[in-house]
Design a protein around this ligand. Structure first.
Ligand code: NAD
Ligand code: AKB
Length: 316
């Protein structure tokens, strides 16, 4: 069957990169971008775009039928820091958005959905190092609670609704094409811009806050690889752990100093520090490796070098 793919939240940090790869693989006309925000030029001009609010179920139904969509990537969500400031709006978008998609998939016979979870599903009682696929999950942030509930809905609709739903728990993502959307790991993108502009950055997390992180090219590969894997190889229908690298702000600052002589990072933790308290230091992704052959390519030095190559000679 010819793929007709709808990406919801296509103007965001992940969507604006993922959509380019999907269009390159499946053909521009077969990948419809949608968001409540106009995307950047490359996404807007590269194929169809629909202004779509995921909370408007009828509008979503209209887009699904207009393009005869048979696959959905649902990326619209409020991330950790914004969700903590607007708990009810976050719950509404993160839950109702997902439920609108799942119920329309069921009634329209749309078979395949990608929905991302996050390392924020873990909590203070979770094992912090090499966090297993199946473990204690007691998130203490609005965002983490919504992601854990979302994982349960995905598994429920996969097993009982007959929809082929696939998901990964992304770590904090680092990218140069578009700004991050309001999370506790955003410092790891902002620091690059400030290093180039001012040779200085004031970090909102403590210097020793080790978190799982991933470079965007790896995140995009993981997403597409999982979506293209044989259905029979997918043993996890909640969400897969995937791992890229783990570092603290001080490790990243030291790496940046190698590229920007005289760079100084200072630390002034704010309310975003508390959001990371229950998050893991590192992730065990052996199940994803075994099921669909996942393997990250970028470590901290390789990612830092590539970020600077793109920010210096690409677009900033
Ligand atoms: P983002 O905030 O950059 O992008 C989200 C997009 O959704 C935005 O363009 C926004 O305009 C759009 N949106 C908001 N409300 C909408 C609505 N009502 N209808 C339609 N679109 C709407 O987020 P992102 O970083 O691209 O994240 C995408 C997904 O991946 C989210 O589910 C997020 O929780 C998850 N995730 C991201 C990271 C990360 O580090 N970026 C890590 C873990 C999980
Ligand atoms: C955030 O910080 O909210 C995201 C995430 C880890 O889900 N980057």
């Amino acid at each position: 069957m010819k793929e007709k793919i709808l990406v919801i939240g296509a103007s965001g940090q992940i969507g604006s990169e993922l959509i380019l790869k999907l269009r390159a693989s499946y053909g521009s006309d077969n990948v419809i971008a949608s968001d409540i925000k106009i995307p950047d030029y490359e996404v807007m001009e590269g194929g169809p775009f629909e202004l779509l609010d995921i909370l408007n179920k009828q509008a979503l139904a209209n887009v699904l039928s207009k393009y005869k969509v048979n696959q959905i990537y649902l990326l619209a969500a409020l991330l950790s820091a914004t969700a903590e400031q607007h708990p009810e709006a976050a719950w509404k978008l993160n839950m109702d958005g997902l439920l609108n998609v799942l119920s329309l998939c069921k009634s329209n016979g749309i078979m395949k959905v990608f929905w991302p979870s996050s390392i924020a599903v873990f909590g203070p009682n979770t094992q912090k190092d090499n966090t297993p696929q199946n473990t204690i999950m007691d998130p203490d942030t609005v965002y983490g609670i919504s992601k854990l509930a979302g994982e349960r809905w995905c598994e429920y609709y996969s097993r009982k609704g007959g929809i082929d739903i696939r998901s990964v728990r992304y770590p904090g993502l680092i990218s140069y094409k578009s700004s991050p959307g309001g999370g506790a790991t955003d410092y790891a993108v902002h620091i690059f811009y400030e290093a180039l502009k001012k040779k200085a950055y004031e970090c909102f997390l403590r210097e020793d806050t080790v978190l799982p992180m991933m470079y965007m090219p790896d995140a995009v590969v993981a997403t597409i690889q999982l979506m293209e894997a044989d259905s029979g190889s997918i043993s996890v229908r909640s969400s897969y752990n995937i791992s890229g690298m783990s570092f603290a702000p001080i490790d990243l600052a030291k790496e940046i100093e190698k590229h920007v002589g005289g760079f100084v990072c200072t630390y002034k933790p704010d309310e975003r520090q508390a959001l990371t308290k229950g998050w893991p230091n590192s992730i065990d992704d052996s199940v994803a490796k075994q099921d669909w052959g996942w393997k990250a390519s970028y470590d901290l030095p390789h990612m830092t070098k590539d970020m600077f190559a793109n920010l210096r000679f690409g677009k900033i």
